[in-house]
Design a protein around this ligand. Structure first.
Ligand code: 4NP
Length: 169
């Protein structure tokens, strides 16, 4: 199984989602190795920040939670990502709409809204924090993303036997 998180710029939200997901896998002794793990990535719909490290506010809030995302580099999503990743997990509805336009129709059901994995959540989207000024906003964004990622992990556990060798490949 392969998972890619997607937002607009790939510097604020999706790098956090990737970092939290990797952290949760590591806590369970699961790797993101190409061959015997769960390959995990993130990408943006735009290429404005391609090659850049995550936003320093995302780096800071991740660090507070013991997660190092400094080695991530932004990239734009490409069509082959829809073939290569089983779960394409978007942060907001605009992301979903843009992804659907790029996605070959046979892979359209791979696109999901992150918060759809949290049953009955009142929060349906991860707010775009790029133009927020305060660190508190990033703390809130982190909390939403962490909830969403935990919901995704529960979904993968329940429906895709996360952690069993049979779920990989
Ligand atoms: P992200 O935030 O989608 O969470 O990475 C943004 C980053 C950059 C821009 C917009 C949103 N931008 O317009 O450059």
């Amino acid at each position: 199984m392969r998972v890619i998180f997607v937002c607009l710029g790939n510097i604020c939200r999706s790098p956090l989602a990737e970092g939290v997901f990797r952290n949760r896998l590591a806590a369970r002794g699961l790797s993101t190795d190409e061959n015997d793990g769960i390959p995990t990535d993130s990408a943006g719909l735009g290429d404005w920040h391609a090659g850049s490290a995550p936003d320093k506010r995302s780096i800071a809030v991740a660090k507070k939670h013991g997660i190092d995302i400094t080695s991530q580099r932004a990239r734009k999503i490409v069509e082959s990502d829809f073939e290569n990743f089983d779960f394409v997990v978007a942060m907001d509805r605009d992301n979903v709409d843009a992804l659907k336009k790029l996605c070959p129709t046979q892979f359209a059901d791979r696109i999901h809204l992150l918060m759809s994995f949290v049953p009955n959540s009142k929060i349906r989207e991860v707010p775009d924090p790029y133009f927020f000024r305060d660190e508190e906003s990033f703390a809130r964004v982190y909390a939403v993303i962490a909830d969403g990622v935990d919901g995704l992990i529960s979904h993968l556990d329940a429906h895709h036997a996360l952690g069993n060798k049979s779920s990989r490949g």
